[in-house]
Design a protein around this ligand. Structure first.
Ligand code: C5P
Length: 409
């Protein structure tokens, strides 16, 4: 989808350069095209092959390479956003004066894209009046300054100057990208800017004893894709992950991990209080054992059959609908094994009425579909039971289609 943009990540020569790898990776996982421009000094701290592997693009550092294609201008012109992390005192000084004695300086000057910088240096350098003045100049030109944080520096000293953590930089950069709306035509860029979105993902597990649980095969891929896509569209996202079996991108800073349905309920109730949009993508265990045994259930005690008594879990989604306030939108999921399309739709419509949510995303699950695979196929129903979207493909593209509908409300 066209909200995936071209981001130039500039890396200057500071020890924090190693953390730039996580910044690059998070942008790539968000689906952006990432081009790294490293200074010569940066490449003394971090290897080009690492950056090329992670960014999936060639890394440029030499002003006198690619001259025929006027690379320094092309890089700057192609950027929807430039992020410099770490930005050293030297690089900051050059940016403030408009110096272009290396590829990064040229690319920045040749670009009209928003600029986000994450300073990193020793406290004395950060507090030096020259740096203070340079930062003020950059701020006055609309440059977004992320951090620096205060904490342990390279040596044994501590204080302000430590580069912000990669997820903070990514979140700030994503917000800039969204609000700047350097649109390439879809109208979806930043359509969730300023919105607080809470998404549950994964599957709850109910312990029987210290070593066993009742659970389901949900990996959390679709929910994490929704959270990633919402973040890329400018939302401030809280992901509540139930036993996720998929990596959470660095950019999703607010992730709360839960295990059981009751833990999920508590986390959702709390997070949803302030949310504009709530998406319950998690597969929730409908029942839990009445009793959780403190010791392992042993075959010797149970014999050839074992009867478990289960008690119904609360319906978190229905509870969220019942207690919501204001204009909060709530989206539910229905994972069903029904093979017949018409019957699947009927089941979905009945569920929509029972839950009372604004949208219901229906997907078929089975031994081979739905759970733990990379692709998905869904139908989205609105409150009236009408099909408002159909999507098939990667879970990321399905996530975007779902958000197209929800964000358009
Ligand atoms: O009733 P069913 O489990 O099919 O409903 C699915 C939807 O309801 C999903 O959005 C799921 O996250 C949510 N749910 C819930 N609490 C439950 C069961 C399901 O919030 N106990």
């Amino acid at each position: 989808m066209s909200q995936h943009r071209t981001i130039v990540v500039g890396i200057a020569g500071g020890i924090a350069a190693y953390k730039a790898v996580s910044v690059v990776r998070a942008f790539v996982l968000q689906g952006h095209s990432v081009h790294v421009v490293a200074t010569d000094a940066a490449l003394r701290f971090i290897g080009k092959p690492t950056l090329e592997a992670i960014s999936r693009n060639p890394v440029h550092s030499d002003l006198y390479e690619g001259v025929a294609e006027v690379r320094h201008v092309a890089i700057g012109q192609s950027a929807d956003l430039i992020v410099i992390a770490p930005a050293t005192a030297n690089t900051i000084a050059k940016l403030a004066t408009g110096l272009a004695d290396d590829l990064l300086g040229n690319a920045v000057l040749a670009s009209t894209a928003p600029l986000v910088i994450a300073p990193a240096m020793h406290t004395e350098m950060w507090n030096n009046p020259a740096t203070v003045a340079n930062i003020a100049t950059l701020r006055s030109r609309g440059v977004t300054i992320v951090g620096p944080g205060s904490g342990r520096l390279t040596g044994s000293d501590t204080g302000p100057g430590r580069m912000s953590e990669p997820d903070e930089i990514v979140e700030a950069a994503t917000a800039v990208l969204a609000t700047e709306g350097r649109d390439s035509g879809s109208g979806t860029v930043g359509d969730l800017a300023g919105k607080r979105v809470v998404i549950s993902a994964g599957g709850t597990r109910e312990p029987l004893d210290p070593v066993r649980f009742l659970g389901n095969r949900s990996s959390g891929k679709q929910g994490v894709a929704l959270a990633t896509a919402a973040g890329a569209r400018g939302a401030s996202v809280t992901l509540i992950g139930a036993n996720l079996e998929v990596a959470v991108p660095d950019g999703l800073r607010r992730t709360i991990n839960v295990g059981t349905t009751l833990e999920l309920q508590e986390a959702m109730d709390e997070a949803a209080r302030e949310a504009d949009l709530v998406i319950m993508a998690a597969a929730v265990a409908d029942y839990r054992p009445t009793e959780v045994r403190q010791g392992k259930i042993r075959k010797e005690e149970t014999g050839d059959t074992l009867t478990l008594e289960l008690v119904k879990n609360p319906d978190i989604l229905a509870g969220l609908v019942a207690t919501r306030s204001g204009n909060q939108l709530i989206v539910g999921f229905a994972a069903e094994t029904e093979p017949d399309d018409d019957r699947l739709l009927e089941i979905g419509r009945a569920k929509l009425v029972r839950k009372g949510c604004d949208f219901l995303v229906i997907n078929r699950v089975g031994w081979q579909e739905g759970f733990a695979v990379d692709d998905n196929r869904v139908l989205v129903l609105d409150r009236g039971g009408d099909i408002v979207a159909e999507a098939a493909g990667s879970k990321m593209s399905v996530a975007d289609r779902i958000l197209d509908v929800v964000a358009g409300t």
